[in-house]
Design a protein around this ligand. Structure first.
Ligand code: ADP
Ligand code: ASP
Ligand code: MG
Length: 404
């Protein structure tokens, strides 16, 4: 079998952990499997690199950020190869570029355009374990890029698709995907399986156990993968296409995204084209906007509206810059930004065929005295924005209401 295994930051967090990874890879090899290993930077390394850059300048150049961040994974590939060598296993490390991962040029959030895994095939054929740096690629022009935070998951899934691997395993520091982050909700339960769509929603709504883009990619290319622990041999969670019986369960999981910020533009002129102008400029800065709420304000004078939207916290400065540059042209009152929000969501394909779920969620929050600031829904999820300080309390209450 050809297996792609991805090990996250904690799983390669120190030399002993890296030796454990090598031992696990050795076990699969002893069974005759070919193994491609994708590794993240050691835990804390990427955060620390970002922190150092921001100490020098709050909005560092994104090309340079990619050159900087790619060093984290480059350290781990070499150490993992060395750990395998210490077990007398032939292993070769490859950077993203060497592995043939070609991306577009959107620095810090690049998308994979294609993968030419010629080198990987060659090395496997010669009997090597191949270790690939997660999270990074290269443009067709040779610029180093990174794939967005958590992007090693994407590297693994994209490689599994490109190599037509028989198995794709995502090793992390929990036993699988749970009904909620087990670090926040101690009685969360491990799921045996979850559909791509549910995993995608949970991931995009804050369950950082999988990078959301990687799940999107897995769905598109039909890559079935397992999320499991690098610390034990327990079976993990299988992520795959939705099966019939999955709709029987209304809420599969609850997530809390603490990584969002909210911008409110007060007294925006209420006339056609204004929202388009604002969100076009924000989009052009490569800032993703998530929830948008617009209210007519009934003040005196010209019709005006308050417009609130959420962005990823790390993009808040960029979004504010864009907004400042539009102020003269559009003429709104003021822009208020806060990063003290939490977005709480419930997700489940069963919501398609069950009613009254939103009311139950809102009642639960009301009984905890928690105010709802914004709401958004889709066929399989309901999200609310609440005060960050109450986020975990809200999550526990909603989990208890739906998932016991
Ligand atoms: P890695 O470094 O292996 O990529 P991450 O830290 O990115 O690991 O993701 C694993 C973490 O995701 C867990 O430690 C857990 O706290 C968190 N997490 C959030 N939501 C969930 C969930 N629903 N199920 C499991 N883990 C979750
Ligand atoms: N090291 C990168 C990050 O911390 C990528 C990853 O861990 O998947 O975001
Ligand atoms: Mg991760």
């Amino acid at each position: 079998m050809l297996i792609v295994q991805k090990y996250g930051g904690t799983s390669v967090g120190n030399p002993d952990r890296i030796k454990n990874v090598a031992a696990r890879v050795a076990k699969y090899r002893a069974k005759g499997d070919q193994v491609v290993v994708v590794v993240s930077a050691m835990s804390g390394v990427t955060d620390n690199l970002i922190k150092m850059a921001k100490e020098i300048m709050p909005l560092p150049n994104e090309r340079e950020m990619d050159v900087l961040l790619a060093t984290g994974e480059q350290t781990t590939i070499a150490l993992t190869a060395i750990a395998l060598h210490s077990l007398d296993i032939p292993a070769v490390s490859l950077t993203g570029a060497q592995a043939g991962i070609v991306t577009d040029g959107v620095h810090t959030k690049a998308r994979i355009q294609n993968i030419t895994p010629k080198k990987i095939h060659e090395l496997l054929k010669q009997g090597n374990v191949v270790i690939v740096a997660g999270f990074q690629g290269q443009t067709a022009e040779g610029q180093v890029t990174t794939l967005g935070r958590g992007g090693s998951d994407l590297t693994a899934i994209a490689l599994a698709a490109a190599l037509k691997a028989d198995l794709c395993q995502i090793y992390t520091d929990v036993d699988g995907v749970y009904t909620a982050d087990p670090r926040i909700v101690p009685n969360a339960k491990k799921l045996d399986e979850i559909s791509y769509d549910e995993m995608l929603e949970l991931a995009s709504l804050g369950a950082k156990v999988m990078q959301s883009r990687s799940v999107e990619f897995a769905k598109k290319f039909g890559v079935i993968f397992e999320v499991r622990s690098s610390l034990n041999d327990n079976p993990g969670t299988i992520v795959k296409e939705e099966a019939k019986n999955m709709e029987d369960i209304v809420v599969r999981g609850v997530s809390l995204d603490k990584n969002q910020a909210k911008v409110t533009l007060v007294a925006v002129p209420d006339k056609p084209g204004i929202a388009a102008r604002i969100f076009k400029a924000i989009g052009e800065a490569n800032v993703n906007v998530d929830m948008i709420v617009q209210n007519i304000s009934h003040g005196s004078g010209k019709p005006a509206t308050d417009l609130s939207f959420t962005v990823d916290k790390p993009d808040l400065l960029k979004a504010q810059k864009v907004i400042d540059s539009l102020k003269a042209e559009i003429g709104f009152g003021q822009a208020i930004a806060t990063d003290k929000i939490g977005k709480l969501s419930i997700v489940g394909v069963g919501m398609k065929s069950h009613t009254g779920i939103a009311a139950r969620m809102f009642e639960t929050l009301a009984s905890e005295g928690i105010n709802i600031d914004m709401i958004s829904t889709s066929e399989i999820k309901i999200s609310v924005v609440v005060d960050l300080a109450k986020g975990e309390q809200a999550m526990k209450a909603v989990h208890a209401a739906f998932l016991g």
